[in-house]
Design a protein around this ligand. Structure first.
Ligand code: C2E
Ligand code: MG
Ligand code: MG
Length: 692
């Protein structure tokens, strides 16, 4: 650039400092602005100050070298910002320099010249801003919520430290990316709309929740509030305030799914089952399909709960739900209706409707398989009721009601079975419902009587004892056997009261017979599992024995395997209470359970009753015979008494006697008899003599 002096006036009036210097850095000219800047009163003084303090001019000593390298290397320097000392080093100010080299026609450097702008105010402002920003960063970094500034298209301009807490990214990693990048695609459109609404000034101004992918791969629920700060020069975009609401959101979702699934078993809750099943019926209607509802109710759940505690009961329910889910079809709907009730809804074609009973039977069979909880095996059986849509019921609620009724009938039959709804069944169910209310009245009115069945010495047909068997003297239906009401009584919690009525009748009766006939007649009484739950039975028994002065060892309590099992786990062992009283404990129906033999040793019972099922096959059924023989020898070795149940013919009697099973009970000798019948039959004249 050739030298020219045409701009000398400009040089003089320029508001920013300007100078010219020789190639070696000697100041040649200084304009007034620069003169004032360095505190000189005229140009000469300014040049003197400039040249004398040249080496001290820059606060950072390396700056001078950098300046010269840039200038002579590239021929020019632009916006070279440095701190400089002025007024003899008493003041430090920021300057921005621009400079260029001026050469002659041969390329020789003539001089260089440049401008010096005081940028201290700007720098101070920047520093203040920087400080404010740092303070802001410091504050937001500690904050649980992150603040973003982004463009209208979502591009992030600024992110506070807390984005790290929120999504695992450092703020600088997010700048330049889009807020929508980490967002779940299902939430994205909704969010973009919110941005658009905001831009159009139509935002709801409400916090919106979207899923964002954390750097660790997990999804986080982030609630954000967006505000438009495009008019604010300091921001110039949307401000997004975000906080992590994952925990709260999950808790809320859990709460919702709680009502959808049963929290214990994980199957559908009643409400959810009803909803989906009703929808399935709609579908069935449209597709001309049928639907079958299986109502599944556990038979002996109460026993599990009462004897092993609620945790155990819970495990049974969980296992049952899981098993049910596994055996039904994938498309079938499974739900827990409450308590120990489950339901399955299956859509079926016309052909498949014939598989209905098979399906019900499968449920009954599969659920009856023992369930293992820790070291305990427990057998739950179920009663299943089935009703069909549209043949039986036209609506879901009707379907549920009829399946329930069919289930009720299955309970009434023998439990551990299924029943398919029929109109006739409905009638029977109604009877059973009536029966239950009857039963309550019967307990209050003491409508129960005791029948006595002889236990005889099969060798000489002499009476050795009696088993007390309860009967219900129904006002209109006559004498009812336990099979007709015991289950219902257990279900209704009435069995304890009935059991007490039985011993209150039987003990005085037996004492009367013993006195009248001077004999040692034994009394066997049956108890249900529930009677073992509270100590009332044992207490009452003790009182009655004392009151009637009956020797405790004249009384046998017939317990079932499940009672023994429960008693063994129970905190308070009623078996022990009974043993302390001195009554004998006899295992009823030996052989019915799958593991009874083990109990003989484990629970030290005093005797056993050989189940009628084994006696039935004697003497021809080789397996039964073998089992009976081994039971007989086992009881003998363990010193247990043995009574064979259900002896109906002479061949059985002969066989048992030949194997040295002496005491028998059964229709061969007598059916259970009322007191009157018993006395008239003359049994008491054949009583075994009191041993002297
Ligand atoms: P269990 O204790 O096994 O009683 C024997 C059952 O077999 C009695 O039925 C009896 O009538 C029947 N039986 C006797 N001999 C023969 C025979 O030769 N052939 C056949 N096929 N059956 C025979 P029952 O009286 O109907 O009692 C049924 C069950 O009800 C009893 O079975 C017992 O478990 C229960 N039970 C009876 N009385 C009571 C009671 O007072 N309390 C409780 N908790 N349960 C009772
Ligand atoms: Mg019995
Ligand atoms: Mg029995």
């Amino acid at each position: 650039m050739p030298a020219n002096n045409d701009f000398s006036s400009l040089f003089a009036f320029l508001a920013i400092g300007a100078y010219r210097a020789s190639p070696d850095g000697k100041i040649l000219r200084v304009n007034p602005a620069l003169m004032y800047f360095i505190g000189a009163s005229d140009e000469e003084e300014a040049i003197t100050i400039g040249n004398s303090s040249a080496s001290d001019w820059y606060v950072d000593r390396g700056r001078r070298q950098e300046f010269r390298q840039a200038l002579f290397g590239e021929g020019r320097v632009a916006q070279f910002e440095s701190r400089v000392r002025i007024f003899g080093g008493t003041e430090i100010r920021w300057i921005s320099e621009n400079a260029h080299v001026v050469k002659d026609d041969h390329g020789e450097v003539l001089f260089y010249e440049g401008t010096v702008e005081d940028i201290t105010p700007r720098k101070n402002a920047e520093a203040a801003l920087e400080l404010a920003l740092r303070r802001y960063y410091a504050l937001t970094a500690k904050s649980q919520s992150a603040t973003l500034v982004c463009d209208i298209d979502g591009t992030i301009r600024f992110a506070s430290e807390a984005v790290y807490q929120l999504l695992g990214f450092r703020p600088h990693e997010t700048v330049g990316a889009s807020v929508f990048d980490s967002m779940h695609e299902e939430d994205r459109a909704r969010y973009q709309q919110e941005f658009e609404r905001l831009a159009a000034d139509e935002s709801s101004g409400e916090e919106a929740i979207a899923r964002h992918r954390h750097k660790d791969g997990s999804w986080r629920y982030i609630a954000s509030l967006v505000s438009d700060a495009r008019d604010d020069e300091a921001v110039g975009g949307f401000i997004v305030y975000s906080r992590d609401v994952t925990d709260a959101h999950i808790a809320r979702m859990r709460l919702r799914s709680l009502s959808e699934t049963d929290s214990l078993t994980g199957q559908y809750s009643r409400a959810m089952f009803e909803r989906t099943a009703a929808e399935a019926l709609e579908r069935a209607h449209q597709l001309r399909l049928r639907a079958a509802l299986f109502f599944v109710d556990l038979d002996n759940f109460k026993l599990a709960n009462d004897s092993y505690g609620h945790w155990f009961g819970d495990q049974i329910l969980i296992a049952t739900g899981r098993r049910l889910r596994a055996i039904v079809g994938d498309g079938d709907i499974v739900g827990r209706l409450g308590g120990d009730e489950f339901a399955v809804l299956a859509l079926l074609t016309d052909e498949e409707i014939h598989t209905l009973e098979d399906r019900a039977a499968t449920i009954v069979r599969e659920l009856a398989r023992p369930i293992r909880v820790d070291a305990t095996q427990f057998e739950v059986t179920v009663s299943v009721g089935v009703a069909c849509y549209p043949s039986d019921a036209g609506s879901f609620s009707e379907l549920l009601r009829f399946a329930d009724q069919a289930m009720f009938a299955a309970k009434g039959a023998s439990r551990n079975t299924y029943r398919v709804f029929t109109a006739a069944l409905e009638k029977r169910v109604r009877e059973r419902v009536n029966m239950i209310s009857d039963l309550r009245r019967a307990v209050a009115n003491r409508e129960f009587v005791v029948y006595y069945q002889p236990q005889v010495d099969m060798a000489n047909a002499r009476l050795v004892g009696v088993e007390a068997l309860v009967r219900w003297q129904h006002p209109t239906r006559g004498v009812l056997a336990p099979g007709e009401f015991i289950d219902a009584a257990e279900e209704q919690g009435l069995i304890n009261a009935i059991g007490l009525q039985v011993i209150e009748l039987a003990i005085p009766q037996i004492v009367r017979w013993r006195i009248e006939h001077r004999c040692d007649l034994r009394l066997a009484i049956n108890v249900s599992a529930q009677q073992f739950r509270d100590g009332a039975f044992a207490r009452r028994l003790r009182i009655l024995l004392q009151r009637y002065e009956l020797s405790a060892n004249a009384v046998e309590v017939e317990v079932t395997e499940s009672i023994l099992l429960a008693a063994n786990r129970d905190g308070r062992n009623v078996i022990e209470d009974l043993r302390n009283i001195g009554v004998r404990i006899v295992l009823d129906d030996l052989g019915v359970g799958y593991s009874s033999m083990a109990y003989l040793r484990q629970f030290t019972v005093d005797g056993v009753k050989l189940d009628r099922g084994f006696v039935e096959g004697l003497p021809d059924n080789a397996v039964d015979a073998a089992i009976v023989r081994s039971i007989i020898s086992l009881t003998r070795e363990l010193g247990l008494t043995l009574v064979a149940e259900g002896v109906e013919d002479h061949a059985q009697r002969t066989y048992l006697l030949s194997e040295r099973c002496i005491v028998g009970q059964g229709y061969l000798f007598s059916t259970p008899l009322s007191v009157d019948e018993f006395e008239r039959a003359g049994w008491l004249w054949h009583v075994a003599p009191r041993p002297e």
